[in-house]
Ligand binder design. Sequence first.
Ligand SMILES: CC(C)(COP(=O)(O)OP(=O)(O)OC[C@H]1O[C@@H](n2cnc3c(N)ncnc32)[C@H](O)[C@@H]1OP(=O)(O)O)[C@@H](O)C(=O)NCCC(=O)NCCS
Length: 180
Amino acid sequence: MESSDPLLPPRTVADSRSEMTELILPNDTNTLGNLLGGRLMHYIDLVAAMAAYRHARAYVVTASMDHIDFIAPVHVGDLLILKSTLNRAFRTSMEVGVKVWVEHTVSGTLRHVASAYLTFVAIDSQGHRVPVPPLEPVTEDDKRRYHDAGRRREQGQLERERKRSARSGAAAGRESATSV
Ligand SMILES: CC(C)(COP(=O)(O)OP(=O)(O)OC[C@H]1O[C@@H](n2cnc3c(N)ncnc32)[C@H](O)[C@@H]1OP(=O)(O)O)[C@@H](O)C(=O)NCCC(=O)NCCS
């Protein structure tokens, strides 16, 4: 597995951990008064990008939102709390995990409503990919997330390879069908 640039000083998960809070207003919701899924994905992308920026200290682009679970609806008037952590840094890419809660405005209790994994790629101002610093997992949770991110990367790479082969196979089929 390709690793991040060993010449860059390593950073910890705490160095880039990020948090965002949003009050859900009628404009963010559907006709039932529930937060739109697309709006929630936008918030997830933003809070994840904050952690990626803080880790890479470079421009970053979203390469993929690998997995998202919408566990429970979010209603108008809810306080949405989003937290992001760097799970692992590779060569130019980083996996970020996001967990989302709703805070009950009166009782203060928290309800887990969504989780997601995203991959960002660091680039320079010309759009060229740049290496990112290694991530140093410190706590047991950091180590578990680091290990799991490696497993997800291997699965993602296999899946992208499979799609690439399927696309080139289909293109070759079209070409032979049209040639005489
Ligand atoms: C993401 C992007 C930079 C990858 O560029 P590429 O030339 O395809 O790069 P490569 O295939 O050589 O991969 C570069 C890195 O990205 C990772 N990567 C590429 N596609 C990925 C994907 N779909 N999911 C996760 N990681 C991905 C690779 O694993 C590699 O990581 P590494 O350097 O840490 O080993 C490019 O596809 C891009 O610019 N996409 C548009 C990004 C964007 O506009 N995002 C906002 C969308 S609205």
